[in-house]
Design a protein around this ligand. Structure first.
Ligand SMILES: [Zn+2]
Length: 103
């Protein structure tokens, strides 16, 4: 899963290297408009891929620390069904709900 995300991120970054404002070739306004929204869309995908990757990396760290499958908040077991749906889940359902409300 992490390798897959790494691949997606490098592809996304490769296709759209860091936006260099002002640098690059001149475009007419129509092209600039369409490439801007494409860049925005790409940025959003990249952002969520990075977030997902952070979650996976944190899950892998928990695997190595032998705490994988345990809620990081209450220490309880995370149900297998939840881990199947969200392998990078860090919290049990109850704590995740509380965590989401805190934000
Ligand atoms: Zn919990």
């Amino acid at each position: 899963m992490r390798d897959e995300l790494d691949r997606s991120i490098s592809i996304l970054q490769g296709e759209h290297p860091a936006p260099a404002a002002g640098a690059g070739y001149p475009q007419d306004s129509a092209d600039a408009g369409s490439s801007l929204s494409e860049a925005d869309r790409n940025e959003a995908i990249l952002h969520s891929a990075r977030n997902q990757r952070d979650g996976v990396l944190a899950a892998l760290a928990r695997v190595e620390g032998h705490t994988y499958g345990r809620c990081v908040d209450c220490g309880g077991d995370i149900p297998d069904g939840r881990l199947d749906a969200r392998p990078d889940a860090a919290r049990c359902v109850g704590c995740q709900a509380k965590h989401a409300r805190r934000r």
